[in-house]
Structure formats: structure tokens, C-alpha cells
Design a protein around this ligand. Structure first.
Ligand code: PLP
Length: 377
């Protein structure tokens, strides 16, 4: 089957670009001397995650327990669930451990530590736990000098239902960087924060075998991760326009696109209308704050190559409005009604989350495979 035969909108994955992105990050992890614990939240698919792991059957990161169960049932046992644990999810987490998964949880409050320990006791498991560290004021975590670090560590160490395994952080603020040097500085902050916390825990007689960092920009630009044991990038697998805007990849490296059909034109306004609105592209406007605003996505031909400065300037639920970045009229003859375009996403995780499967191509327009995605929680 060829791409032009697919019903639109749908999600296309270019396996050739994917393989190149995976190899680049594997080499980077090797160079830095850390284990790669790829985040499976962008892919939500076992074929992609197996390719990311390569020949080494090592661990992964997930963002939902549904992903954890899915990857576990497909043969991956070492799984870090990297969203602060909600007590209501502990029964499901315990079931995974009882079934044989080496599932690690994260938390950053004494209340969570007590809930985890109590649930572990009543379920008859010892939940492995990483304490979440705030390295950049972005979201969650205890700051490196916070007395809570040792308080939480001691709570976990004192209870048979939990086992302190280490610390983790995510430099989400690196997404707002304006230069490679700024990303490198976030990578240093990421490393320094968790290494400092590991030292504090060890000095207090607490175990800290795992020292975990990870975002795609910082993993790509880090130059020294000494003291760190693993990195958890995820979006690097497909990359996206936000990563391209940060200089982490080029637009030619983006492996994910949404196939859409031209369903109309507004010649006076210089618009092409396609059948991919925000339900296909997502509402993500991650490039709006970057030097080059890509609207809701950059338009490519059906072969995946850029056609210049056409972007999805606006979206409704099922309509995308394509316009030239500088307002010039598009070449309407090149996009007849029914013709197909591919739209590169701002944020791969958000766009992919709108779809339940990938149509896989190998750098051309022939559909080589169809892979499912595990959405939901
Ligand atoms: N670790 C955690 C806790 C995350 O939340 C994320 C992404 O949100 C990652 C790792 C992976 O980062 P990226 O999406 O930049 O690859």
C-alpha cells in the first residue's frame, strides 16, 4: 500500500530517520559513560522501544502504568515509572511487581513515602523508589539542599514496604533554551543536582545506587555526566520541531508526521485547507516561543521533504489552515483537492497522542508496517 491510498488524517513514522536518531543517542550515552534508559512515552510502542534498546535488554522509562503493563507483557522487566506516584495507583503498581516486573516509582513528599511503604507492607512487596529532585525550578522535586531529601530517604529506608534506590531529575526548563551553551548549562545543573543529592544520601548512610537524569536536549548536549548512572531521553526517537528549533536535530531528522488531504482552498486569503485539525495535530504551540514559529506544524510533500515556508497557521477541530509563513500565496496548482501533505509536529508526544497507530515507511511512500500505540492510563 502507498501513502496516498491511506485514509487521512493518520500518523506516519519514517523508520529510516528513527533508526538514525536512535543510533545517535546510543553513541552519545556510550560517550558519556551512562546507561541509556529510553523514555517510552513518545513511542508508546514496543517495536520502537526494542529498537531504542538495541541489542542490550536494559531498562526503560514510562509515563503511565498502562505503558508499564504493556511493555512488561512484551518482555521488558526493568521499568521506571517516572511520574510522581498517586496513592490510588499503588495496587496496580504492586500487581506488576508481583507478576515479576522490576518497577521503580518516584516521589518527592513524605506523605507519598508513607503511603508507598504502607501499601508495600499490605501488598507484600517492597516498592523500589527514586526521590525526585528539582534541578531547574521547572516542575516537581525537592531541591538539592532541602532537608526533606534526607527525611524522605530515612522514611523509605525504615520501612519494609519500600526500598530507596536513588535519585532522579528531569531538566524540563532546558526546552526554553536559546543556545547550545544554555542547554549545556542545564545539563550541568541536572548532573550537579542529582550528584549532590546522592552524596548527601550516602553521607547519611542511605543507599543511592541509581543517579538518573534525562531530557532530550540535555542528553544531546551534555559533555560530562560523571557520577550519573543513567539518562532517560524520550522524544529523541522521532524528534520534533521544538527539538529542531533548539538545534538538537534538523527538520530532516523528524521521523513523525501527520498525513493530511487537501480539502479546500481560499485563494484570496492564500490558504489551503486540510483535514488535519487539532484532533490530529494537537493544540501544542511549542515553537511559538522560539525564534522560528512553526504554527501548528511544518508542511512537507507526501515524500516527507519540506516544501518551503508553508505552515499550519491555524486549526479547528477537523480543519487545518495552511498558509505561507510570510503571507505569500501558496502554489495552489501544486496542491489540488485530494492531494496529500505531511505535517511535521511541534511536539511529537502531543501529536502522536492523538493517534492509535503508526503507518511505518522506510524513507519512501510505501507502507511497510502498521504499529499500534498504547494511549491512555
Ligand atoms: N524523564 C521525565 C521524568 C520526563 O518527564 C521526560 C519528559 O517529559 C523525560 C524523562 C524525557 O525527556 P524528553 O521528552 O526531553 O526526551
Amino acid at each position: 500500500m502507498q501513502l496516498h491510498e491511506l485514509e487521512t488524517p493518520c500518523l506516519i513514522l519514517d523508520r529510516r530517520r528513527l533508526e538514525k536518531n536512535l543510533a545517535t543517542m546510543r553513541q552519545q550515552a556510550q560517550r558519556l559513560g551512562v546507561r541509556l534508559r529510553p523514555h517510552g512515552k513518545t513511542a508508546k510502542n514496543i517495536d520502537i522501544v526494542r529498537m531504542a534498546l538495541g541489542s542490550r535488554p536494559e531498562g526503560i522509562t514510562v509515563s503511565t502504568l498502562k505503558e508499564a503493563r504493556y511493555y512488561f507483557e512484551n518482555g521488558i522487566t526493568d521499568i521506571l515509572y517516572a511520574v510522581g506516584i498517586a496513592p490510588v495507583k499503588l495496587k496496580r503498581a504492586a500487581a506488576l511487581i508481583k507478576d515479576g516486573a522490576d518497577l521503580t516509582l518516584i516521589l518527592d513528599t513524605p506523605e507519598q513515602a508513607r503511603c508507598v511503604a504502607a501499601a508495600g507492607r499490605s501488598e507484600g512487596v517492597a516498592f523500589p523508589v527514586l526521590i525526585e529532585i528539582d534541578c531547574d525550578n521547572h516542575r516537581a522535586g525537592v531541591t538539592p539542599e532541602d532537608p526533606l531529601l534526607l527525611a524522605i530517604g530515612r522514611l523509605l529506608g525504615a520501612e519494609p514496604g519500600a526500598a530507596l534506590r536513588g535519585v532522579m531529575t528531569h531538566a524540563g526548563a532546558s526546552y526554553g533554551s536559546r543556545s547550545a551553551e544554555e542547554i549545556r548549562s542545564f545539563a550541568r545543573r541536572e548532573r550537579d543536582a542529582v550528584v549532590r543529592c546522592a552524596e548527601r544520601l550516602r553521607a547519611a548512610g542511605l543507599p543511592c545506587p541509581v543517579v538518573s537524569v534525562g531530557s532530550t536536549p540535555t542528553a544531546r548536549f551534555a559533555d560530562d555526566l560523571s557520577g550519573v548512572t543513567e539518562a532517560r531521553p524520550g522524544v529523541y526517537m522521532s524528534h520534533d520541531l521544538v527539538m529542531a528549533g533548539l538545534g538538537v536535530c534538523g527538520t530532516d531528522d523528524i521521523a513523525l508526521s501527520v498525513l493530511a488531504s487537501v480539502i479546500g482552498r481560499q485563494t484570496k486569503k492564500g490558504w489551503l485547507i486540510v483535514d488535519a485539525g487539532w484532533t490530529a495535530l494537537s493544540r501544542d504551540r511549542g515553537t511559538a516561543a522560539q525564534a522560528l514559529d512553526q504554527g501548528y506544524g511544518l508542511v512537507c510533500g507526501i515524500d516527507g521533504r519540506s516544501v518551503g515556508d508553508l505552515i499550519v497557521a491555524d486549526t479547528n477541530q477537523e480543519h487545518g489552515i495552511i498558509a505561507h509563513r510570510q503571507g505569500a500565496p501558496p502554489d495552489f496548482d501544486a496542491f489540488p483537492i485530494g492531494s496529500a501533505v505531511r505535517i511535521l509536529p511541534n511536539h511529537a508526544c502531543a501529536t502522536a497522542a492523538m493517534h492509535d497507530r503508526y503507518f511505518v515507511v522506510d524513507g519512501d511512500t510505501a507502507v511497510a508496517a502498521v504499529w499500534p500505540r498504547i494511549n491512555g492510563w
